[in-house]
Design a protein around this ligand. Sequence first.
Ligand SMILES: CC(C)(COP(=O)(O)OP(=O)(O)OC[C@H]1O[C@@H](n2cnc3c(N)ncnc32)[C@H](O)[C@@H]1OP(=O)(O)O)[C@@H](O)C(=O)NCCC(=O)NCCS
Length: 203
Amino acid sequence: MKNFKEWFSDRVAKTTTKTFVPLTSRIRLEQSIFPLSDEQFLHTKVAAEADVDGILAVERACYDGLTPWNRSAILHEIRFNKNAFYLIVYDHKEPVAFIGSWFVAKEAHITNIATIPAYQKKGIATYMLKEIINIAEKEDIKEVTLEVRVSNKTAQSLYETIGFERGRIKKDYYANDHEDALEMRYELDVQQAEREALDSGYE
Ligand SMILES: CC(C)(COP(=O)(O)OP(=O)(O)OC[C@H]1O[C@@H](n2cnc3c(N)ncnc32)[C@H](O)[C@@H]1OP(=O)(O)O)[C@@H](O)C(=O)NCCC(=O)NCCS
């Protein structure tokens, strides 16, 4: 698991400090209802302490019963880390997906994203990533970043579809099995310029 303190001090060392209101207090979701079909709607909320069990349940369903981010790590994120921002998606009372992120300085970093198998390939992860990108745009963030296992082709394909670019390989990144990670990056200025060029019919 990534060490937030190390990652954070690396970023804030390069920026000035300003009065800080946690994201969870000031953000409104662009779209808190996700339509699966004409009759089935999922609900998204900014995760609070009451959602920790839900996040752990999604992790277990996605990682063979394991929780790479355990209860105390998730609880710490939600209770104490003012730069952390988690969304959780429910089908009625059943937690079906979540995304975790850190917003620091000009970067939003996706720490984890998961959709339980029965709800995969319905656009839920795409929707969650786009919500984070929308928030990043409003927060004047320059880039959204993440790391993904080199073997995780499903996730890499999803990120590329959304517009993330492949970056460098980080050797031995994962502590448990030493697999390499691929760094991926979504540059908001570049994507914005491409959208404007398409809108104006100029490529
Ligand atoms: C990676 C993961 C989060 C993707 O979640 P998801 O909700 O299935 O993602 P989406 O449905 O938004 O997109 C997945 C694919 O299904 C496609 N899709 C979306 N809606 C679809 C639909 N209605 N019908 C068919 N395909 C659809 C997407 O286009 C995407 O295809 P692409 O990869 O070719 O672009 C999920 O597989 C997962 O939880 N894996 C285990 C945990 C994990 O690996 N997390 C990533 C850590 S870096």
